[in-house]
Design a protein around this ligand. Structure first.
Ligand SMILES: Nc1ncnc2c1ncn2[C@@H]1O[C@H](COP(=O)(O)OP(=O)(O)OP(=O)(O)O)[C@@H](O)[C@H]1O
Ligand SMILES: [Mg+2]
Length: 277
């Protein structure tokens, strides 16, 4: 389909994975994928569509901002500090009232739903700050992530421990005693405990070393390959766009550039203004 805006392969989808869904230790995390974009509407799986809004009665922070992600794909939002990246994520997750525009999940208008109702629909969000319970153990953090579930969570917990083996080792330790990279693993693991269809991550690699960043990105790619959509904000723009199917550059609450990750990396203006040349 020529209308498929996501047809280009990114670095996260080498020839062996495209349309194949290879066996994975994470299989069964999400629901089965149905192909993308939606066959009827041609719309991405999750979209915050031309969102305008701000905090409370304050001035608008977002101005007709659109961010979206398709099933099993990785969409990355980059842009300068204060551009509204976190605000856009909060708007998509229902933590901010959008005055105009809409949020749709699998074709359903969820604009007025609470964050908790969105979790029940398959959305998980790891915020930029305060994303773990530091006084609880690693395992208790994971259990908290599953608070909405009534079924047996042990299988999912095993999958999280397979994805992040260090967490199994440290499962009885207070999460606050972990390193920055390990804490981010707890935060991502906690989000995965809801068995989400969409995983939203606000700067998952903040404050970690380049090696830990690479490892986290590898794990995120692994999660996406199980069919879970990833919508992610990243400061490490170049590295993040390398694994992105789709990239959004936000500036002052507006979409400045939107394209495949690869195209953005090659765009001279994007490189000069946002990627350090
Ligand atoms: N809770 C809040 N109440 C009022 N204004 C806020 C709030 N959070 C953020 N803002 C304002 O919204 C604007 C965008 O902030 P936001 O946190 O979305 O930027 P960002 O792109 O995520 O930046 P960073 O890269 O530093 O994380 C800023 O001007 C900020 O001051
Ligand atoms: Mg932010």
């Amino acid at each position: 389909m020529t209308s498929d805006p996501y047809q280009d392969n990114r670095g996260n989808r080498d020839a062996s994975v495209v349309n194949q869904k290879p066996p994975s230790t994470l299989k069964g995390y999400g629901t089965e994928t149905k192909g993308h974009p939606d066959a009827r509407t041609g719309e991405p799986y999750l979209i915050g569509d031309t969102m305008t809004g701000g905090y409370g009665t304050g001035a608008d922070i977002l101005h007709e901002c659109t961010i979206a992600v398709d099933e099993g794909q990785i969409a990355v939002i980059v842009g300068p500090n204060g551009a509204g990246k976190s605000t856009a994520m909060k708007a998509v997750f229902g933590m901010l009232n959008v005055r105009q525009g809409a949020v749709r999940l699998n074709g359903e208008d969820i604009t007025r739903l609470t964050p908790q109702a969105r979790v029940a629909k398959g959305m998980a969000f790891v915020p930029q700050t305060s994303n773990i319970f530091t006084s609880l153990t690693v395992e208790e953090n994971l259990e908290m992530g599953a608070f909405l579930r009534t079924d047996d969570i042990q299988g999912t917990m095993d999958q999280v421990y397979e994805l992040f083996p260090i967490l199994r080792e440290k499962r009885r330790q207070a999460a606050g005693e972990l390193s920055g990279g390990q804490r981010q693993q707890v935060a991502v693991g906690r989000a995965l405990m809801t068995k989400p269809k969409v995983l939203m991550l606000d700067e998952p690699t903040a404050g970690v070393s380049p090696i830990v960043m690479d490892e986290l990105f590898d794990r995120i790619i692994e999660v996406a390959r199980t069919g879970i959509s990833i919508l992610m904000v990243e400061q490490n723009a170049r590295q993040a766009l390398e694994i992105a199917d789709k990239g959004y550059v936000l500036v002052q609450g507006r979409n400045a550039f939107t394209d495949t990750g690869k195209a953005l990396l090659e765009d001279p203006e994007v490189r000069r203004s946002f990627l350090g040349g």
